[in-house]
Design a protein around this ligand. Sequence first.
Ligand code: FE2
Length: 176
Amino acid sequence: MKPNSADAVVSLKMSAHCDSDELAEAMMQWSSFTRAINLWFHSAHTLSKGASFSGDHELLYHEIYTTAQDDVDAVLEKSVGLTQDEATACPMPVTRRALEVMEQYPSPSDASCLSIACSGLAMLKNYVAGLENLYKMLDDEGLLTLGLDDLIMDHANRYEGFVYKLQQRVKVEMRK
Ligand SMILES: [Fe+2]
């Protein structure tokens, strides 16, 4: 699959029918994608470079990777709480799946500052789109608890904010 595609492997899309196993699967996809953002943007933070180094390193990527780190915690705890399936918080499959997500995008290593911003933007756009799919699926299936509703909304709001910041970051580079 092409990098930057909206059809990332982990897209948080679920089948029409959803039982408790599918809820567990959806929650694992969500936590894995969030972990991927955490890991990828941590490296973007470390590998920031060029004239935009200070802003990218200290503010933009630092904020995103530390936010995602806290968000993984919240999603994993919600997952165990709702499914009572501790396998959904096992670090091995979550990390493996996070790698699968990251492999859909260029590495921030040996990349220009603009390439890093573009790849990160694509990842976060797909994440927000995935949250919308997740929300609709859970709502359709009657699985959307008030707390889960709030958590998804909270993520969508914050990551839309990150998309805005990265869009502006890319614009600056492309339009002088
Ligand atoms: Fe650092």
